[in-house]
Design a protein around this ligand. Structure first.
Ligand SMILES: Cc1cc2nc3c(=O)[nH]c(=O)nc-3n(C[C@H](O)[C@H](O)[C@H](O)COP(=O)(O)O)c2cc1C
Length: 212
């Protein structure tokens, strides 16, 4: 089993990094032989789409012409990292109600018509096989539940973005109100968040692959 572990916080020690590390730890305890691929967008962001990449995506003809060009190299690398992953783990902060720009830039390379998305008259169809995506979210305030006091464009956006390529098994594990979190209670708050992992989705997958 291969786990693609993505982090997005610019902080070397952060709530979302600790959440994603905790998720990976739980997956490893179910599948000790699992391998881990790392993509640290927080410390090594991928660039925003460059002119040649944007030009290639401008039309189907341009796309075909550029299919083997270097403009697609980074996109291809990032897509293959996902294709070779059985499970994806993401640790991300909420920034201004949605994903941080480093994750958005990654998505701009990962969602590509003709490669991960098939355009049809009925709409976009995903070209990748489904796989579990576990997303640890750290937010300074509260965006879900009874005490929510801000909009949430993060979880619906990631559902739409991954859904667009055919990946619909997303699980959100939020640690909210980090701005008000007493450091002495951070570890227990994190454990509470991680305890919410839905093993009916992940458990079957891990059991089937426990010896991989
Ligand atoms: C630029 C920026 C924008 C932010 N926007 C929000 C926001 O919209 N909602 C929120 O609840 N917290 C917001 N925060 C707070 C972070 O989500 C919070 O500090 C979180 O714990 C950061 O994740 P980390 O601990 O993994 O670095 C923002 C922080 C930054 C730096």
């Amino acid at each position: 089993m291969n786990i693609l572990h993505i982090d997005c916080s610019p902080r070397p020690v952060s709530h979302s990094r600790q959440l994603s590390a905790g998720i990976v730890q739980r997956l490893l305890s179910g599948a000790p032989g699992a391998t881990i691929s790392r993509r640290d967008l927080g410390t090594q962001p991928v660039p925003h789409p460059a002119s040649d990449y944007a030009a290639a995506l401008a039309s189907p003809a341009a796309m075909m012409a550029a299919a083997s060009a270097s403009a697609m190299d980074l996109s291809e690398t990032l897509i293959r990292e996902v294709e070779t992953a059985d499970v994806i783990v993401i640790g991300t902060p909420m920034n201004n109600f949605t994903v941080p720009s480093v994750l958005k830039a990654w998505i701009d390379h990962f969602l590509r018509v003709g490669r991960t998305i098939l355009p049809t008259p009925e709409g976009k169809v995903g070209m990748l096989r489904n796989r579990p995506v576990l997303i640890g979210i750290a937010s300074g305030g509260v965006f879900s539940g009874a005490g929510a006091n801000q909009p949430d464009f993060l979880t619906p956006y990631l559902c739409a973005a991954f859904g667009c390529v055919g990946i619909s098994s997303l699980q959100f594990l939020p640690l909210q109100a980090t701005a008000f979190l007493d450091p002495a209670h951070a570890a227990s708050a994190r454990e509470k968040t991680l305890a919410a992992i839905d093993l009916t989705v992940i458990g079957d997958f891990l059991k089937d692959n426990a010896t991989a």
